[in-house]
Design a protein around this ligand. Structure first.
Ligand code: PLP
Length: 358
């Protein structure tokens, strides 16, 4: 049975994208591949607002997230934690044998730039990790405010996960001074899972040069060396690169500004539904994500039952809460290719089912 995903990743994939994946595979050391690689580069740089190279990693985002730690942390890493994805980064850092501090904020609250300043003032750190848009709680932190604080700490390399916010809102990598901006394929980009994109700064490369145990698969310098030839270090997931090329063409055709506006509008539609139905957002409205909505289950809705009915009767699903928020919240994605029509239809379906599950 096929059904439409309104969960915040993986999300619904267009027929056009699936069609692009059928493009015959070429040798990854051929000129045809170099042409493909070079074709996606300018648009990726434009969308990341950067002059630095943007690499394609055949892995999910966590590969690059772990790789960033191995490439960049020499002294100690500060892991900003305010939800399931950012929390995990601390565990990843310690498992990589790095010294790390968990800077914790309550789930559903953003990263506090003042707390970051206070912690970094100790001078112990050379790396900081954060998730721009905590998908588990639907919370978007104030990236410009945090990056402003980081300007006071020029030795600290910043790693920013934009898996569920890339192309939803502008993230001006160079202007903000982000050292490594990364994203995955299956969230905001609406591609199948299996690929990550990431862009390290010159500072990040300089740091990597000083570290010996960068490993091989995620070695930033290996990526750079291959990038200069229009290639990746190992055989990449070519069908996904073809899908990415197609998606970048879609984004170009829509216009990036129109894309940001569409996401804001759809997000607002969901927020209005939440308010009209007596539900509340998990985060404060000011920090609510623009790519998904995390709703407090303050009306004691039977979410599992509702989702089952949604799937059986309307062939779509929402998310019943992530990790420790399962059952306590539910989440609705408005990322990727969603339109006023698809979101309105989902909300109508929810309206139909709501009385049965309250
Ligand atoms: C989904 C998600 C990830 C994890 O990505 P994988 O593709 O599972 O590696 C990381 N960060 C955020 C913010 C996410 O939403």
């Amino acid at each position: 049975m096929s059904y439409k995903l309104f969960i915040p990743g993986p999300i619904d994939i267009s027929d056009k994208t699936y069609e692009a994946m059928k493009t015959p595979v070429v040798g990854h050391r051929s000129q045809d591949f170099v042409d493909l690689y070079n074709a996606v580069q300018p648009a990726l740089q434009e969308l990341m607002f950067t002059k630095d190279p943007v690499f394609l990693s055949t892995s999910s985002a966590w590969g690059v997230m772990e790789g960033a730690i191995r490439n960049l942390t020499q002294k100690k890493v500060l892991n900003c934690m305010n939800g399931a994805f950012s929390d995990k980064w601390y565990d990843v850092a310690t498992r990589c044998g790095k010294e790390a501090t968990a800077l914790q904020f309550e789930w559903g609250t953003p990263i506090d730039p003042e707390a970051v300043r206070k912690e970094l003032s100790s001078g112990e750190y050379d790396t900081i990790t954060m998730v721009h848009n905590e998908t588990s709680t639907g919370t978007m932190s104030d990236l410009p405010a945090i990056m402003k604080v980081l300007q006071e700490f020029p030795d600290v390399i910043s790693v920013v996960d934009s898996v569920s916010s890339f192309t939803v809102v502008p993230i001006k990598k160079d202007e903000l001074g982000i050292d490594v901006l990364l994203s995955g394929s299956q969230k905001a980009l609406a591609l199948p899972p299996g690929m990550a994109v990431f862009s390290p700064s010159k500072r990040a490369f300089a740091r990597a040069e000083k570290l010996k145990d960068r490993g091989y698969y995620f070695d930033f310098l290996e990526f750079l060396k291959n990038h200069e030839k229009g290639m990746t270090p190992s055989t990449p997931v070519i069908p996904l690169i073809n899908a990415l090329k197609s998606k970048l063409e879609d984004i170009q055709a829509e216009g990036i500004q129109a894309r940001y506006e569409r996401h804001a509008k759809l997000n607002h539609l969901v927020h209005t539904w939440v308010e009209n139905n007596g539900f509340e957002l998990l985060p404060e409205k000011q920090y609510a994500s623009k790519s998904l909505t995390c709703v407090k289950n303050n009306r004691n809705l039977e979410i599992a039952g509702l989702n089952k009915a949604l799937k059986e009767r309307f062939h779509c699903v929402i998310d019943g809460g992530y990790g420790k928020l399962k059952g306590k919240t539910f989440r609705i994605s408005n990322m990727g290719d969603e339109t006023e029509e698809t979101i309105s239809e989902l909300l109508q379906n929810l309206d139909t089912l709501l009385p049965e599950f309250l």
